[in-house]
Write a new protein. Structure first.
Length: 355
């Protein structure tokens, strides 16, 4: 069946698919892209007719404002295919609302809801064969906006390009994860853009993360910029700590991304009688718990990684090994979440969105 969009979308399909050149068993995250992409330009105060076209390079002026002032925001989503070949999204309304929230913070015009959802559905139906069945397999979806006006004066752009590209994915993080708790560098600050998925947020993380990598650590647990006493995020993920039988995660603020996976895990914990406190956790409290044996687990949560257990952390020259916890909340909650995403279990919260 050919999908008929409810709003006008110009569609140009590829002459031949590249899917047969892809080894889906050895995928490296974010390196392979599907046949088509969604594109919509903003000019003269309005979003133009959206298009779907073959995936291709862009032609863009070197004076485009995105290169000089960093007006760029993005989202991360996934599409899943169940045993009956139906395609599902997971809470896409959250991603739509968040990309517009991010856009507003960077003085980028908001994107129309109809264009976003019809563009997604049309694109995913075209790329259905790229979405493989089986737990862990998915199609990673990257909506993003960049400023394209040809001008280098320091002011917001008057032209933008909204795009969606897709990449087949398996597990994001593999192997053991060890982290460094930040003492000097910060991911974001009060009044800043930490809550937005701004491209520059991630660029600023790369250097301190490289320093951690040189010490044999894979990621950084970010602390608050003012005191470096409160634990906030892990690399590009939200973070959870299990002390005793209680989960603790930092409250949202203008430094922390409002993660879709995070809020879903909090709800699933409540559904399964796991106590979860949303509060500040100080580095000292974490280290004390590690010393007295009450710290059971640390894990990151995000769209790409889903849930990523952390087996050790370092702070102020001290290393704390957690090892692997047999009856982990991380594995339990990950299974619960993925069973909803892949249409295996009942979706009591209506999080699934059928494409």
């Amino acid at each position: 069946m050919i999908y008929q969009p409810k709003c006008k979308i110009e569609i140009e399909t590829v002459k031949a698919t590249s899917i047969h050149d892809v080894d889906f068993d050895t995928l490296e995250f974010g390196k392979i892209f599907t046949d088509h992409m969604f594109v919509c330009d903003y000019e003269n105060g309005a979003w133009k007719t959206p298009k779907i076209m073959p995936y291709q390079a862009l032609s863009i002026e070197p004076s485009a404002r995105v290169f000089h002032y960093g007006q760029a925001v993005f989202e991360g989503m996934k599409a899943y295919k169940d045993a009956d070949d139906m395609i599902w999204l997971f809470r896409p309304d959250e991603n739509f609302n968040r990309i517009n929230k991010s856009a507003v913070r960077l003085a980028i015009p908001e994107f129309p809801e109809a264009y976003f959802f019809e563009g997604l559905k049309t694109l995913l139906n075209l790329e259905s064969d790229w979405i493989k069945k089986g737990l862990g397999n998915s199609l990673y979806i990257r909506p993003f906006v960049i400023a394209t006006e040809q001008a280098i004066s320091a002011s917001p752009s008057n032209a933008y390009k909204f795009m969606i590209i897709c990449s087949p994915a398996k597990a994001y993080y593999t192997g053991d994860v060890r982290v460094l708790i930040a003492e000097k560098y910060s991911r974001s600050a009060n009044g800043g853009v930490g809550f937005a998925k701004a491209a520059g947020n991630y660029a600023a993380q790369f250097y301190p993360t490289n320093l951690a990598n040189k010490k044999g650590l894979q990621q950084i647990i970010w602390t608050d910029a003012g005191t470096h006493e409160n634990l906030e995020e892990a690399g590009t993920m939200n973070i959870f700590f299990r002390i005793g039988d209680k989960l603790i995660t930092a409250p949202n603020n203008d430094r922390i991304l409002d993660g879709v996976t995070r809020k879903s895990l909090i709800q699933l914990a409540a559904d399964n009688n796991i106590e979860c406190e949303v509060r500040h956790l100080k580095v000292k409290e974490l280290k004390d718990a590690a010393r007295n044996g009450t710290l059971k687990e640390i894990f990151g949560a995000g769209t790409a990684a889903v849930v990523s257990p952390i087996i050790a952390f370092e702070h102020a020259g001290e290393v704390f090994e957690l090892g692997k916890f047999k009856d982990s909340y991380a594995n339990f909650l990950k299974e619960k979440l993925m069973n909803i995403q892949y249409n295996i279990d009942e979706d009591v919260h209506n999080w699934r969105y059928k494409v």
